[in-house]
Design a protein around this ligand. Structure first.
Ligand code: SAH
Ligand code: SF4
Length: 409
């Protein structure tokens, strides 16, 4: 059972989080968003509306604080910014949140939001999903990087939807900001401007790039959004609490380590090229030996900083004990965690989830070999928010645009 809120009906809207002026507000049409710009980008935006050179540093600092520490989505809330400058900012730019069209809350507390973004070349507005998973002592936000996906992993619902377009940095970061609005994770309006806001007690403690899309096919935008999310003077999420999951875009893995330096997760799912070619077809381009070599070379690996290998449990397909033994052998020498994911079915999916006993036997074998191998409890299944169930009905991107995007890698 799930609770579906009709956001068109004000009576059914959840109370806006303290400090969030209008979490449901749509981004202003036409005006460029300041969300997701780095400090240089913000300085340039201020320069363009005539802020004098000698004030830029101070003004950027103020904006950064209001946007990312306080989470305001209206220039008028920026109390220590002169009224005249607030007006000029509002005339030229937007800091509004993305439009949220639906919020669902699972019986287990998992939340799923449906966001609508401008077409930006896709022909019509696009929609994506973001999921929040509360757990004891932490809360993980599962963020999308693309509308749809170019890849076609056979067990993934998103994989049945063609790529529509990449999300921009403001749209990626916007998912984090709205989640924090809705959860009341920003300080309230009574907190004095400039006050340091403690990070304990937060509800969004971790971000995983495991929503819709392949983040390494949208490298620059994901990098820019994560740089802002991990900035110590803003949202301040430690890079150790940000995990990027890839299906195995091997050429981009060293660049991810060098330029983003976030935690890495690999959607492995099979231990032979023969099977992985079917389940995760990008394997035909970048086979297992190349993928694992890139993992071995990922910077900063240690027992405290491991790569997560995701392994979806598909009945009779990849769940034998021989597979478990081969998995252990394959990962030898890599500081690794193995995440066993019970397969989440979706309408028309061609697989079944492994039997629970078999998942446990598989996990025991992997544990005995010295790997932590938590079985990921499916969360939010009732609201269709579990891994691989995300899919929106956005229009396809034109084939030529898609090819141009893919040719980039
Ligand atoms: N495109 C990236 C990130 C998004 S998918 C990637 O593939 O890594 C997030 C995780 O959910 C991946 O490990 C993916 O393989 C897994 N997943 C996809 N569909 C699933 C399903 N139906 N059941 C369980 N896990 C699934
Ligand atoms: Fe795309 Fe990841 Fe789904 Fe594969 S598992 S289709 S890469 S979103």
């Amino acid at each position: 059972m799930s609770v579906t809120l009709d956001l068109a009906d004000p009576a059914s809207r959840p109370r806006p989080a303290a400090g969030a002026l209008s979490p449901l507000g749509a981004a202003g049409p036409g005006r460029p968003s300041l969300i997701g710009l780095d400090r240089e980008g913000l300085a340039e935006a201020l320069r363009e509306i005539g802020v004098p050179e000698k004030q830029l540093r101070m003004r950027v600092g103020q904006l950064w604080h209001w946007l990312y520490v306080r989470g305001v989505s209206d220039f008028d809330r920026m109390a220590n910014v002169a009224k005249d400058l607030r007006t000029r900012l509002a005339d030229a730019y937007s800091i509004a949140r993305p439009e949220m069209v639906d919020e669902q809350i699972s019986v287990d507390g998992t939340r799923k939001w449906l966001f609508r973004f401008d077409a930006k070349g896709a022909g019509r507005p696009v929609e994506i999903e973001t999921v929040y998973i509360p757990e004891e002592g932490r809360g993980t936000l599962c963020v999308s990087s693309q509308v749809g996906c170019t890849l076609t992993c056979t067990f993934c619902h998103t994989g049945t939807q063609r790529l529509v377009r990449n999300l921009t940095p403001d749209e990626i970061l916007g998912q984090v900001l709205v989640a924090r609005d809705r959860l009341g994770d920003f300080p309230d309006a009574a907190t004095p401007a400039g006050a340091i806001v403690p990070s304990e007690g937060r509800l969004v403690t971790n971000v995983v790039m495991m929503g819709m899309g392949e983040p390494l096919y949208n490298f620059d935008n994901v990098k820019q959004a994560l740089a802002v999310a991990s900035d110590g003077e803003g949202v301040s999420l430690s890079k150790r609490r940000i995990t990027l999951s890839t299906s195995g875009v091997v050429p981009m893995i060293p660049k991810t380590g060098a330029e983003m330096n976030v935690m890495l997760a690999i959607s492995l799912h099979a231990v032979t090229d023969e099977l992985r070619d079917v389940l995760v077809p990008i394997n035909k381009k970048y086979p297992l030996d190349e993928l694992l070599a890139a993992c071995r070379a990922y910077p900063g690996l240690s027992n405290a900083r491991r790569i997560t290998f995701e392994y979806v449990m598909l009945k009779g397909v990849n769940d034998s004990l021989a597979d478990a033994r081969a998995l252990v052998k394959l990962l030898r020498g890599i500081p690794a965690k193995i995440n066993l994911i019970p397969f989440n079915p979706w309408p028309g999916s061609p697989y079944e989830c492994s039997d629970w006993d078999q998942i446990e036997r598989f996990a025991d074998l992997v544990n005995e070999a010295g790997y932590a191998s938590p079985i990921r409890t499916p969360r939010g299944r009732d609201i269709f928010a579990a891994c691989g169930q995300l899919k929106s009905e956005s229009e396809r991107m034109k084939k030529t645009d898609r090819q141009a995007l893919e040719a980039g890698v």
